[in-house]
Design a protein around this ligand. Structure first.
Ligand SMILES: NC(=O)c1ccc[n+]([C@@H]2O[C@H](COP(=O)([O-])OP(=O)(O)OC[C@H]3O[C@@H](n4cnc5c(N)ncnc54)[C@H](OP(=O)(O)O)[C@@H]3O)[C@@H](O)[C@H]2O)c1
Length: 283
């Protein structure tokens, strides 16, 4: 059934992955509050059952693991069958792996890429045909402060987010001529179950003074160090409402505090070693 014809044009249809918890849940709640329609994807949608009872017509719960390409395609088909279109794709599902780069096992490293990178690709391949046919849409790519910066313990997590940022840079240029926007979402530390859901790699004592110190420091952070998930979701919605949304959106003070020095250090290396950069092309 296509419900779009009777819908006010300012209302949107969202497809949100990882919609049961944290930032995804907040995005879902706020979109519904705004009058929008939402296809909420999660491996277990039961945490949203009550919400679905309250918003039956406008909330479609779909059980889908983003690692399962077939399930994601079916979810997108179900969304279009129900709502007729997709305006915003929030590629939000993801989790963290904490530990030194050397400590992460091969299965742990592959698993975090499976969800955080290949899951994102599954969602893109399933939704882009819909957005291309519409010649409209906005894709929100779930990155992080770790999409542009990293410190001991987050190497594998950052590797997934850097991957998302790299593919998103190309994607944005590929689909802008087709009327589709991309915004890379870079939250800082946010108060969600993210830390409780972390996978943690086995500890080697040589990393006690780096990785374990960072781990201890994160564990001791006061609640004030974390942004509220509802404020992050509200920030995302403001960007979606903008006629000219940014390609990258840092959200929360901890995001810029970490990313700015990392970005400045890259420029400093580029400029500080320019003589060598140019020397390789000199006759
Ligand atoms: N919290 C932070 O400090 C922070 C900072 C920067 C970026 N982020 C990013 O923000 C996004 C949301 O994280 P959050 O903080 O809201 O964490 P969260 O509360 O743990 O929520 C993560 C969501 O992703 C879902 N998910 C995980 N693996 C999945 C899979 N294979 N298939 C489908 N859904 C899956 C989870 O559902 P299940 O119940 O199925 O596991 C859950 O709904 C993530 O991409 C994260 O990297 C978070």
């Amino acid at each position: 059934m296509n419900t779009t014809s009777s819908r006010p044009t300012h209302l949107r249809t969202w497809l949100i992955t990882g919609a049961t918890s944290g930032i995804g849940r907040e995005l879902t709640l706020q979109a519904l509050k705004n009058g929008d329609t939402v296809a909420a994807l999660a491996r277990d949608t039961s945490p949203l059952d009550e919400l679905a009872q309250a918003h039956g017509e406008r909330l479609l719960l779909i059980r889908a693991d983003v690692r399962d390409e077939r399930a994601v395609r079916d979810a997108v088909e179900g969304t279009v069958a129900r709502f007729g279109r997709i305006d915003v794709v929030a590629n939000n599902a993801g989790y963290g792996l904490f530990g030194a780069v050397e400590e992460a096992s091969d299965p742990q490293a592959r698993a975090v890429f499976d969800t955080n990178v290949f899951g994102v690709l599954n969602v893109l391949r399933a939704t882009l045909p819909v957005l291309r046919a519409q010649r409209s849409g906005h894709i929100l790519q779930g990155s992080s402060v770790y999409g542009q910066s990293a410190h001991p313990g987050v190497g594998l997590l950052a590797a997934t987010k850097y991957a998302v940022e790299g593919l998103s840079d190309a994607l944005a240029a590929e689909i802008a001529p087709l009327g589709i926007k991309v915004t890379i979402i870079q939250p800082g530390m946010t108060a969600t179950p993210f830390l409780a859901n972390l996978d943690v790699a086995a500890g080697l004592s040589d990393y006690d003074r780096t990785v374990r110190q960072v781990q201890k420091g994160i564990g001791e952070l006061p609640p004030s160090a974390f942004s509220a998930a509802e404020r992050i979701a509200a920030g995302i919605r403001t960007a979606v409402d903008s006629p000219n949304p940014p390609l990258r959106l840092a959200l929360g003070a901890s995001s810029t505090t970490a990313m700015r020095p990392a970005l400045e250090a890259r420029i400093a290396d580029l400029e500080g070693w320019q003589h060598l950069t140019e020397a390789v092309d000199s006759p």
